[in-house]
Write a protein that binds this ligand. Structure first.
Ligand SMILES: O=P(O)(O)OC[C@H]1O[C@H](O[C@H]2O[C@H](CO)[C@@H](O)[C@H](O)[C@H]2O)[C@H](O)[C@@H](O)[C@@H]1O
Length: 377
C-alpha cells in the first residue's frame, strides 16, 4: 500500500514536470517564429555567414571574414535594448536632430543595399519601393542628397531612378556630379564648375586599375564556375563574390579560389560584407573620402553651418560615419536590428524606419518653408 502511494506521487510529479517542459518548448517554438525574432535571426545570419556550427575547420576563415565585417554580440535580442541606449533611435531623437539643424544646411548621404532596399537573396532583385523612391526624391528637393553604394554607379542609378540625387558607385570610387545648382550656407546658389565638354564631373580615383579588374573578373568567373551558388557581380571598380547560396562545406574552396586569383594581384585587397567577399583596389579611397569629396565640391566642407546626415547598414559605411564623427557635427545613423560595433551615434532598425525618417524630414522642411512664407505675407 505504502509503495503504491509512493508510485502514484512519483508519477504525478513526473507528469507535472513533463507538462511544464512541454509548455516551455511550445513557447520557445512560438517565440522563434515571431517576425521580430525572425528578423534578428536573419540579420545575425547575414553578419556571420551561415548560422550555427558545422562545416570544416577551414571554412571558418570565410565565416571569420564575415564576422570581422561586424563584431556582433552573443545575446543579440536581449542586448539590443542596452545597445539602443548608446545608439538611440534617430526617429526617437527626431526633435533633437531638427533642433540642431536650425539655421544649418542639411546634406544627406545614403547607402543603398540594406538601407534604401531590404536585403534579398538575389542581388539583381534588390528593388527599392515606390514609397522609398518618393521619399528620397522629396528630401532631395530640399537637401543635397548623395547615394554612395558598393554597387556600380550605373546599377544603383538603375535601381533608384532619380535625377535629383548624386550617385557614387564602387564604394565611392566612381562619383558623378551633374549640373545641379546647390544652395550654399549663406543661401546663395552655387554652380559646380563642370567639365567643359560634358555637363557633369566624373571622379574615378581607381581608373588605372580597370584593366586589372577586368582580368580578375575573368579569372574569377573561370575559377568559381564549378562552385554551386557562387555568384560574381561586376561593380565597376570592385567585384563582389556572393556566397549567400553556397553550401557551407564549399566555403573554404571558394575562399581558396578567390585568394589564388588575388595572389597575382597584390594591388588588390579582399574585404567582407553581408554574405559577400569584395575585391577592391588597395587605394586610400572609401565611402568616407566620397563624403568629403561631395562636401567639398558642393562648397559645404569648410562651414560649421553644415549638418550631414549619413545613413548606412554595412561595414563600408563606417568610413563615412567616421568622417562625420570627426567633423564633430552631423548624424551618422546605422541601420541594424542587431547590436553592432559602430561609429554611428544613432540607429534605425531597418529600411522601413529609414523611410519614415526621410518622410518626416521632408515634411518638417516643407512646414518650415510654408511657415516662413506665411510670415512674409
Ligand atoms: O554599399 P551597398 O549599397 O550597401 O552595397 C553593398 C553590397 O550590396 C549588395 O549585396 C548585398 O545585398 C544583396 C541584395 O539585398 C544581397 O543579396 C547580398 O547578400 C548583400 O551582400 C550588392 O549585391 C553588392 O555588390 C554590394 O557590394
Amino acid at each position: 500500500m505504502k509503495y503504491m502511494f509512493l508510485l502514484i506521487v512519483t508519477f504525478k510529479i513526473i507528469k507535472k514536470k513533463f507538462t511544464k517542459l512541454n509548455e516551455i518548448m511550445r513557447f520557445q517554438r512560438s517565440l522563434s517564429s515571431t517576425p521580430q525574432v525572425q528578423a534578428i535571426t536573419k540579420a545575425k545570419e547575414d553578419e556571420i555567414g551561415r548560422s550555427g556550427g558545422g562545416g570544416g575547420g577551414d571554412s571558418l576563415s570565410l565565416r571569420a571574414l564575415s564576422r570581422r565585417h561586424y563584431r556582433t554580440n552573443k545575446n543579440m535580442s536581449t542586448n539590443y535594448d542596452s545597445w539602443l541606449v548608446k545608439h538611440p533611435s534617430a526617429l526617437g531623437s527626431f526633435d533633437r536632430i531638427i533642433k540642431a539643424a536650425k539655421g544649418k544646411r542639411i546634406i544627406i548621404f545614403l547607402d543603398y543595399d540594406g538601407t534604401l532596399s531590404p536585403i534579398v537573396d538575389d542581388p539583381n532583385c534588390a528593388f527599392m519601393s515606390d514609397e522609398m523612391r518618393a521619399a528620397v526624391c522629396e528630401v532631395a528637393r530640399f537637401f543635397p542628397t548623395a547615394i554612395i553604394s558598393g554597387r556600380s554607379r550605373d546599377k544603383v542609378k538603375e535601381f533608384v531612378k532619380l535625377s535629383n540625387v548624386y550617385y557614387a558607385g564602387s564604394h565611392g570610387m566612381d562619383i558623378m556630379v551633374p549640373a545641379m545648382p546647390v544652395k550654399t550656407c549663406d543661401g546663395n546658389l552655387r554652380n559646380i564648375v563642370l567639365n567643359k565638354k560634358k555637363n557633369e564631373i566624373i571622379f574615378q580615383p581607381a581608373k588605372k586599375f580597370l584593366p586589372a579588374i577586368r582580368e580578375i573578373f575573368a579569372s574569377l568567373k573561370d575559377k568559381t564556375k564549378e562552385i554551386q551558388g557562387a555568384r560574381l557581380e561586376d561593380n565597376g571598380f570592385c567585384i563582389s563574390v556572393h556566397f549567400r547560396h553556397v553550401r557551407e562545406e564549399d566555403y573554404s574552396l571558394l575562399e581558396e579560389k578567390v585568394k589564388s586569383v588575388l595572389e597575382n594581384h597584390s594591388e588588390f585587397c579582399l574585404t567582407g560584407g553581408r554574405k559577400v567577399m569584395e575585391i577592391r583596389p588597395s587605394i586610400e579611397w572609401n565611402k568616407g573620402h566620397a563624403v568629403e569629396y561631395f562636401l567639398d565640391i558642393l562648397g559645404l566642407s569648410d562651414s560649421s553651418n553644415v549638418l550631414p546626415l549619413c545613413i548606412g547598414d554595412d561595414r563600408t559605411d563606417e568610413d563615412a560615419f567616421k568622417v562625420i564623427q570627426n567633423r564633430g557635427q552631423g548624424y551618422p545613423i546605422i541601420v541594424s536590428s542587431i547590436p553592432k560595433d559602430t561609429k554611428a551615434g544613432y540607429s534605425l532598425r531597418d529600411p522601413s524606419e529609414v523611410l519614415t525618417l526621410l518622410q518626416r524630414l521632408a515634411r518638417w522642411r516643407k512646414a518650415c518653408l510654408s511657415n516662413r512664407r506665411l510670415n512674409q505675407v
